[in-house]
Design a protein. Structure first.
Length: 128
């Protein structure tokens, strides 16, 4: 049986390109693959706001029990000019250094697994 796969860039194309849109991604571990198919959307002038579930150390059958795509998933957002904020941690900004530490075996210092990715501050706080 064949299952057709369509990239998010091909579905969205140039629709809503003059508007800021909201994208919800909950794909049980396939976040990086979704982002690989959304490069144009990630890099739009009017950057979407993304709410993405990214599990860190739950449900992974890896030797260390960690998400093997944690670092590259966050890196795609950071490289496209986004900032990451933990939803469950009062919209605390998550920096790449923290993700790298966790991905390299350090303690998981993040309270949850839902993140807002935005090129602007979130949570009503100016985080210049």
């Amino acid at each position: 049986m064949y299952v057709p796969i369509i990239k998010l860039d091909d579905v969205i194309c140039d629709r809503f390109s003059e508007h800021r849109v909201f994208c919800l991604v909950d794909v049980e571990g396939a976040e990086l693959e979704v982002l690989k198919g959304a490069v144009n959307l990630l890099n739009r002038g009017h950057k979407p706001i993304w709410l993405v579930e990214v599990c860190i150390d739950e449900h992974f059958a890896t030797p260390d029990g960690r998400n093997p795509n944690l670092k590259p998933t966050f890196k795609m957002f950071y490289d496209a000019g986004y900032r990451a904020f933990s939803v469950e941690d009062d919209f605390r900004e998550i920096l790449m250094e923290e993700i790298e530490c966790i991905a390299e075996g350090g303690a998981n210092t993040i309270l949850g697994h839902n993140f807002i990715f935005s090129d602007q501050p979130v949570g009503g706080v100016n985080l210049n």
